[in-house]
Design a protein around this ligand. Structure first.
Ligand SMILES: C[S@@+](CC[C@H](N)C(=O)[O-])C[C@H]1O[C@@H](n2cnc3c(N)ncnc32)[C@H](O)[C@@H]1O
Length: 230
C-alpha cells in the first residue's frame, strides 16, 4: 500500500522553488566539499533531478535514484541530454561494481522510517570508493519550526527574484506538505545513534558547522572511511 509520503511525492508537481533550492544546495556543496570532472556521484532521492542536472556537466558520472516512479520519470527526462548521467531503477538491478566518490542524500532521510535508513546505511557503505563520502544533508535533529522554515524559504525566493511566483504556487503545496507531516511525522536523527551505526560499518562521522541547505536549523553529516582503513 502507498504510504503517505509516497503518495505525496507521486503527485507533487514542479515548482520554481525546487530549482532555486537545488542551485543553492549545489553552490554550498561545491564550497564545503567540492567536486570536479573526476568525481563519480550518486544523487540518492534525486526528486525531479534539478541537483543532478546542475552537477552532471561538472562531474565524471552522475547516477540518480528516487523511490518514486514519478520522480524517476521526471529525472530521466531532465537528464536525457547528459551522456554521463543515468537514472537507476530498483536496487536489485543496480550494477554491483558501482563505486562513488560522493553519495548525496539531500533532504531525504527525514522521509524514511528509522529501520529503512539503517538498511540504506548498510547498502551505501560498499558503494563508497576509497576516500568517498556519504553526504547526509538537511537532517532533522530536533523539532522543526515550520513557520521559521517558510520564512527562510521566502527569504531565499526574494534573494533569487522569484518571491511572488513562490507565494502563488509553493504556499498552496506547503499546506499539503504540512498535512502529510502531521500524519507521518519526519524522522529525527540522533547523532549518537548515527555514530554508533556508522562505526559498526567502519565509517567515521563529521558534522558540518552549517547545513548544506538554507534551512540552518537542520544539519549535515559526512560519513567516510577513515584514512587508516582505506
Ligand atoms: C525533498 S525531495 C529532495 C529531492 C532532492 N534530493 C533535492 O535535493 O532536490 C525528497 C525526495 O526523496 C525521495 N525519497 C523519499 N524517501 C525515499 C526513499 N526511502 N528512498 C529513495 N528516495 C526517497 C522522494 O521521492 C523525493 O523525491
Amino acid at each position: 500500500m502507498e504510504d503517505h509520503w509516497d503518495a505525496y511525492w507521486n503527485r507533487l508537481e514542479e515548482h520554481v522553488i525546487f530549482r532555486v533550492e537545488a542551485a543553492d544546495y549545489v553552490a554550498r556543496l561545491e564550497a564545503a566539499i567540492g567536486f570536479d570532472t573526476s568525481t563519480r556521484v550518486l544523487d540518492f532521492g534525486c526528486g525531479f533531478g534539478f541537483v543532478a542536472e546542475l552537477l552532471a556537466p561538472s562531474v565524471a558520472t552522475l547516477f540518480a535514484f528516487d523511490a518514486s516512479d514519478h520522480m524517476r520519470r521526471r529525472a530521466r527526462l531532465r537528464l536525457a541530454g547528459y551522456a554521463n548521467a543515468r537514472v537507476l531503477g530498483a536496487l536489485a538491478g543496480w550494477p554491483s561494481a558501482l563505486r562513488f566518490d560522493l553519495i548525496l542524500v539531500n533532504s531525504v532521510v527525514q522521509y524514511m522510517a528509522r529501520e529503512e535508513f539503517h538498511r540504506w546505511l548498510e547498502q551505501w557503505r560498499p558503494m563508497l570508493a576509497p576516500g568517498g563520502r556519504l553526504v547526509l544533508s538537511d537532517l532533522v535533529t530536533h523539532n522543526v519550526e515550520p513557520l521559521r522554515e517558510v520564512v527562510d524559504m521566502l527569504a531565499l525566493s526574494a534573494r533569487r527574484g522569484c518571491l511572488m511566483r513562490v507565494v502563488r504556487k509553493a504556499l498552496g503545496e506547503l499546506r499539503h506538505y504540512a498535512r502529510t507531516r502531521r500524519v507521518r511525522p519526519l524522522f529525527r536523527i540522533a547523532f549518537g545513534e548515527l555514530r554508533e551505526r556508522a562505526g559498526q560499518l567502519g565509517l567515521a562521522v563529521d558534522i558540518l558547522p552549517t547545513n548544506l541547505t538554507y534551512r540552518n536549523t537542520r544539519a549535515t553529516a559526512i560519513l567516510s572511511i577513515p584514512a587508516a582503513d582505506r
